[in-house]
Design a protein around this ligand. Structure first.
Ligand SMILES: *[C@@H]1O[C@H](CO)[C@@H](O)[C@H](O)[C@H]1NC(C)=O
Length: 467
């Protein structure tokens, strides 16, 4: 291009400008790409290329752990990608390209490492610990909130405790999730109310945190000491058991304020009958939960049991039974025998696994109804059968997902979209106590669904004498 002598200078300038523009364009591309991945900053991206990003995680975590272990903080690693790497290595399936020898575990993190802090003792970090971390270049922010161990008794404002902590050194982040053991014997963490703290936002920048979008609930676990890439850390003894829970860990707190209002408006049933039923229902709920846990079948509180939780954080004293929902895809042949072995007798069995399946067990004078739910396009439904006529019914719900909650000191599931679920079932007036309820006519979401042919009745309508 620059063959003509006379234009040599102009040509040289042209090439110079062109290459500068191309360089700027490349930098812009890399920068945007890094942001697009929700990943690290531009420096982070460059340092990964130069293979120094690896050292970041090791160095900063090591430094942080040095301070933390001097202060005896009960920390453990709860980072999903690092624990996944630990699990992969223990299974012997390692991607050598992704995991270079010197940084087999910690380099799986993308500029953020998540640690859990067991908050059973007083976890307020001592000022001198914070000071020495600060002196070593850590910026930090700590969010506080209600004490979950007092959620149902005291006002939420009483007794603030730490919920989340963020420590940042250079562009590396350590996110500490404080986990509290609750009366239901499980670990709970708060959601991050990030919009409340400017400082939180500025430390996180555009990185994605793995925990804190919602409150979470986890089984208690055994923690063991180990060393990962030269950093001494505690990890869950069985990483896969913890990892499995992460996608389904969202927790919903019962609305205790609303429950108090309900009881103020309508009183609480303190008749001997009511109190007796509540006690029996609680033990049946706990029994049913133990059976289903044993055979590994998920369930959630449905119908009246769900309404009781949602509206008054308790069992509705004038209800007559306990109601569970189970996905039909989770059904196992071992379910009925497992309940029978636990001393519950099968009272009725309606429908079949392919259509409108429903079971009912009897324990003393309280009934446990299990409704099986089917998924269809944008709805979920369970079936009903009228024993006398063979008529079929369909109860329709908008799609829902499952959340954990704490109910009567137990960790149990409810639909996360609880209001929509309860409204589908009980209508807009779900808040008002109703004593007369007819399952064939009262629910606003019930639809007639034909009739079982008479020759099928012996199969789809089975009533058992349990006395
Ligand atoms: C662990 O292994 C799975 C499947 O073998 C793979 O998809 C995943 O990326 C690995 N994770 C890490 C952090 O090495």
């Amino acid at each position: 291009m620059c063959l003509w002598r006379r234009r040599k200078l102009r040509c040289f300038l042209f090439l110079l400008i062109a290459s500068i523009l191309s360089l700027i364009f490349q930098i812009w591309l890399i920068h945007n790409n890094a942001q697009f991945q929700g990943g690290s900053s531009f420096q982070g991206m460059m340092s990964k290329w130069l293979n120094t990003g690896n050292k970041d995680a090791q160095e900063n975590l090591k430094l942080f752990m040095k301070h933390a272990s001097q202060a005896n903080l009960p920390l453990f690693l709860m980072d999903p990608s690092v624990l996944e790497a630990v699990r992969n290595v223990s299974r012997g399936s390692v991607d050598e390209r992704r995991a270079p020898h010197h940084c087999r575990y910690l380099c799986s993190s993308q500029g953020v490492i998540t640690l859990g802090l067991l908050g059973d003792s007083d976890v307020k970090l001592k000022p001198d610990l914070l000071q020495s971390l600060h002196d070593d270049g850590f910026q930090y922010v700590i969010t506080e909130g209600h004490d979950p161990r007092l959620a149902s008794v005291a006002s939420m404002a009483a007794g603030k405790v730490p919920h989340h902590m963020l420590f940042r050194r250079h562009s590396f982040l350590i996110h500490i999730v404080v986990l509290y053991e609750r009366p239901g014997k499980f670990l709970w963490h708060a959601a991050v109310e990030a919009e409340k703290t400017q400082k939180w936002m500025s430390l996180v920048e555009n990185r994605e945190l793995q925990f804190g979008e919602y409150e979470g609930a986890y089984d208690k676990m055994e923690i063991i000491p180990t060393k990962l890439d030269g950093v001494k850390l505690n990890i869950p003894k069985i990483p896969s058991a913890f990892l499995q829970q992460i996608p389904h860990a969202r927790f919903l707190e019962c609305n205790y304020g609303q429950a108090r209002k309900f009881h103020t408006a309508y009183g609480s049933d303190q008749t001997a009958e009511g109190v007796e039923f509540v006690g029996k229902a609680k033990s049946l709920l706990s029994q049913g939960r133990a059976v289903l846990d044993r055979i590994g079948v998920r369930f959630w509180m449905s119908s009246g049991t769900c309404l009781g939780w949602f509206r008054q954080c308790g069992i509705i004293p004038h209800s007559k039974d306990v109601d569970f929902g189970i996905w039909i895809k989770d059904y196992k042949d071992t379910l009925i025998p497992a309940f029978q072995a636990a001393g519950l007798s099968l009272k009725h069995r309606f429908g079949k696994v392919e259509d409108s399946f429903e079971l009912s067990f009897q324990s003393g004078d309280v009934k446990l109804d299990i409704f099986f739910f089917y998924e269809e396009d944008d709805i979920m439904w369970n079936g009903g059968t009228q024993a006398r006529t063979g008529k079929k019914f369909k109860y329709i719900f908008p799609r829902f997902t499952l959340c954990w909650t704490e109910f009567l000191d137990m960790k149990v599931r409810v639909p996360c979209e609880t209001l929509a679920y309860v409204q589908a079932n009980y209508g807009a007036n779900w808040y008002e106590p109703v004593k007369q309820w007819d399952w064939k006519n009262s629910p606003p979401n019930v639809q007639p669904n034909g009739q079982w042919p008479e020759e099928k009745w012996s199969e789809v309508i089975q009533l058992f004498d349990v006395r």
